[in-house]
Write a protein that binds this ligand. Structure first.
Ligand SMILES: [Ca+2]
Length: 97
């Protein structure tokens, strides 16, 4: 079948069809595989990306994950709850008096 109703059109992520054709797209953080247009490959934000563009400027150690990325932080910093950047451990809210 050439439409999306049957087995998602063979697409790993998203299938899109109109009256004449069908194609696959991939979720954010991944891209259509060069080897097979129906499959999706993870984008390695850390390897190909630019700090402040593809990953957060305050991400100290970029760590690639499947479909996303996360960060490691230097001593004295902690990971933001969104896991995308590092914040100072002793900021105004947490400062000891
Ligand atoms: Ca990734």
């Amino acid at each position: 079948s050439s439409d999306c109703s049957n087995n998602n059109g063979g697409c790993e992520h998203n299938c899109i069809d109109d009256a004449t054709e069908k194609w696959c797209s991939c979720r954010e953080g991944s891209e259509v595989s060069k080897g097979d247009w129906r499959n999706c490959d993870d984008i390695n934000e850390c390897e190909i990306g630019v700090r402040g563009v593809d990953y957060d400027v305050d991400c100290q150690i970029c760590i690639n994950t499947k479909g996303n990325y996360t960060c490691g932080c230097y001593e004295g910093y902690e990971l933001h709850p969104n896991a995308k950047l590092c914040i100072g451990q002793f900021n105004a809210e947490h400062k000891y008096i």
